[in-house]
Design a protein around this ligand. Structure first.
Ligand code: SAM
Length: 234
């Protein structure tokens, strides 16, 4: 059946894969397109799946696009997976989805693991409206993005690496104010999962002088216009 499936894979805990994801990888897909064929090969082996694979990552995705679209259009069923979580969420996928839609190919993303949803829900910050910012730019445009984020009235979600956590929290504190609430989710779904909640100042104090390891999502309270106005009147 000619189709592109986007198949979410665990972000740590190997139990976090759906029965449908396993069936599609095992039975329906003719080809598994993977960000890292070695990592995905190990994952598939864990689930007892043996499938032909092709590499699709940020360095070859433009080059591979037409070839993959051509193969699906010719009748193949493809499953796109990334190293962890949902494809296209801070990972390769968007270009392939867009190219398939343009070529009138059916696209189906399975629901499944992604880091930002448990991080948001664990934060205790409003989850009814939120903005997903992904990774902040490392250099060019970083300050401008933080300034824009500061005005967001909705809960803000950022992906971050452990060695940049303190720098990012300090920069957020400088622009958003040290009393803005934040939650740092680390190593979600893994043995040492940790959710540290507090003001930016408190969470910076918690992490300062600690060796920070693992994968991280930062969830920040949106700008509370009413509270900020009240503070200005005081
Ligand atoms: N596609 C993935 C998803 O759906 O969440 C995101 C891929 S992105 C390249 C990797 C980033 O996701 C990490 O740097 C971290 O910010 C976040 N992340 C992934 N797994 C995580 C985990 N177990 N705990 C906390 N954050 C995680």
């Amino acid at each position: 059946m000619s189709k592109l499936f986007l198949v979410p894979t665990p972000i740590g805990n190997l139990e976090d894969i759906t029965l449908r994801a396993l069936r599609i990888l095992k039975e329906e897909a003719d080809l598994v397109v993977a960000e890292d064929t070695r990592k995905t090969g190990q994952l598939l082996k864990h689930y007892g799946i043996n499938k032909p694979m092709a590499a699709f990552h940020q360095h070859n995705e433009h080059r591979m696009l037409q070839q993959l679209v051509g193969r699906i259009a010719a009748g193949e069923c493809m499953a796109l997976v990334t190293d962890a979580g949902t494809p296209a969420i801070s990972d390769p996928g968007f270009l392939l989805v867009r190219a398939c839609i343009t070529a009138n190919i059916e696209v189906e993303c399975l629901p499944g693991p992604t880091a930002f949803v448990p991080a948001l829900v664990n934060s205790g910050l409003p989850a009814d409206r939120f903005v997903f910012e992904g990774f902040l730019p490392h250099k060019k445009g970083r300050q401008k993005r933080i300034t824009a984020i500061a005005q967001q009235p909705y809960t803000i979600i950022l992906y971050e690496s452990p060695h940049r956590l303190i720098k990012t929290l300090v920069q957020l504190s400088e622009v958003l104010g040290s009393s803005r609430k934040v939650s740092v989710a680390r190593e979600l779904t893994k043995i040492y999962e940790e959710n540290i909640r507090g003001t930016l100042e408190e969470v910076i104090t918690f992490y300062k002088n600690k060796e920070i390891k693992g994968e991280i999502v930062i969830v920040v309270e949106g700008k509370n216009i009413q509270k900020d106005d009240e503070q200005l009147e005081d």
